[in-house]
Write a protein that binds this ligand. Structure first.
Ligand code: NAD
Ligand code: TYD
Length: 357
């Protein structure tokens, strides 16, 4: 069985990926995570004590630590999920994004390069560095524009997108210059169990469960392509095992929705699952001041991964959203633990100045 160093594995996508990898028993996993506000070790509690899973708290930007872990565990692959991942936070405090997403990825690449260069030729050939990135690097689409392809020029608009774009360029350069066997995936908005409730879908579910306002930025007509997290994790495994070295792969849900429709669908599910006698959940919808520089539309053309590797998203939006809402209803301890003082401070910081329109 191969050994994989996963970074950022205590976050939303990384945790779902590790749980799936261990369920399918295709990899030993070393999880390196700094444990920022977005992480949650509860996500991985069921793996505690497993001999094929090790957790290490630390920063991808810590070159010495990463080098030590590579020597110690001799992984065949690194999958880099670690990042500051929320656009609104990047608007209020961009510096962390440069530190982790740009400098951190650089240090991780540098440690990986030195480790890889010392491997035997056959192990060098086997090794992969897979970098998980976003469709936001391509910028914003108009309604009639064709979806993002792998050769769409980069045009990042938020500090988050710019920092991810920079990291993607470093990954590309490490392949081109040093021959490091890299793979890059650019995916659309993920949703599913275990997502920190600063992002639209879990924020809406938790606020609606509490009878609190459901904030919609601007006119609610911004469009995102929603990808179920398990579909994404399966695509990453496939790219790791069968992707062509040095290539990038777009991963999307084939599921474009306006934000208003997403929120209305969540409300309709909650009306079914948690009926309230006095109001419907959609009456909580509240239009608020728009996000600065808000990208209008993202859409992914995922025909490359489909044609070359045979991947297609399996989940449809209605069933994926139902599973997601049900997960938050079924896990009140997870939800209560996440709603800490730090989370309340974030809600105040992000929403107090977005006055009702
Ligand atoms: P997340 O914010 O839920 O989790 C990020 C994890 O990385 C956290 O556990 C955090 O503690 C860890 N981390 C942060 N800085 C670190 C550092 N310096 N060293 C080590 N660990 C660190 O993010 P996510 O939603 O799981 O996203 C994972 C990856 O997928 C990110 O690279 C993100 O840019 C990308 N992505 C996410 C989405 C999405 O919709 N969530 C969409 C496209 C791309
Ligand atoms: P988000 O989940 O933050 O992801 P991203 O910015 O990476 O796409 O936001 C998804 C969409 O929902 C985006 O268009 C912004 C919008 N949004 C709201 O309307 N209200 C909110 O409270 C949040 C967090 C997001």
């Amino acid at each position: 069985m191969q050994t994989v160093l996963v970074t950022g594995g205590a976050g939303f996508i990384g945790a779902n990926f590790i749980l799936l990898a261990r369920k399918l028993a295709w990899a030993n996993v070393i999880n390196l995570d700094k444990l920022t506000y977005a992480s949650n070790l509860e996500n991985l509690a069921e793996l505690q004590g497993e001999k094929n899973y090790h957790f290490v708290q630390g920063d991808i930007g810590n070159f010495e630590l990463v080098s030590y872990l590579l020597e110690q565990y001799q992984p065949e692959a690194i999958i880099n999920f670690a990042a500051e991942s929320h656009v609104d936070r990047s608007i209020l405090n961009p510096e962390n994004f440069i530190q982790t997403n740009v400098v951190g990825t650089f240090q991780l690449l540098e440690a990986s390069r030195l480790y890889w260069q010392k491997l035997s030729p056959s192990r060098q050939q086997q090794f992969r560095f897979l970098h998980v990135s976003t469709d936001e690097v391509y910028g914003s689409l108009k309604s009639q524009d064709a979806a993002f392809r792998e050769d769409t020029p980069y045009a990042p608009n938020s500090p988050y997108a710019a920092s991810k774009a920079a990291s993607d360029h470093f990954v590309r350069a490490y392949h081109h210059t040093y021959g490091l066997p890299t793979l890059t995936t650019n995916c659309s908005n993920n949703y599913g169990p275990r997502q920190f409730p600063e992002k639209l879908i879990p924020l809406t579910i938790l606020n609606a469960m509490d009878g609190k306002p459901l904030p919609i930025y601007g006119d609610g007509q911004n469009i995102r392509d929603w990808l179920y997290v398990i579909d994404h994790c399966e695509a990453i495994q496939l790219v790791l095992q069968q992707g062509k070295i040095g290539e990038t792969y777009n991963i999307g849900g084939l599921n474009e929705q306006t934000n208003l429709i997403v929120v209305e669908k969540i409300c309709a599910i909650l009306d079914e699952l948690v009926p309230k006698s006095d109001y419907s959940h959609s009456s909580l919808i509240t239009f608020v001041k728009d996000r600065p520089g808000h990208d209008r539309r993202y859409a992914i053309d995922c025909s490359k991964i489909s044609q070359d590797l045979g991947w297609q998203p399996q989940e449809n939006f209605d069933s994926g959203l139902l599973k997601t809402v049900q997960w938050y209803l079924d896990n009140p301890e997870w939800v209560n633990q996440v709603r800490s003082g730090a989370y309340k401070n974030w809600l105040k910081q992000n929403y107090d100045h977005k006055k009702l329109e």
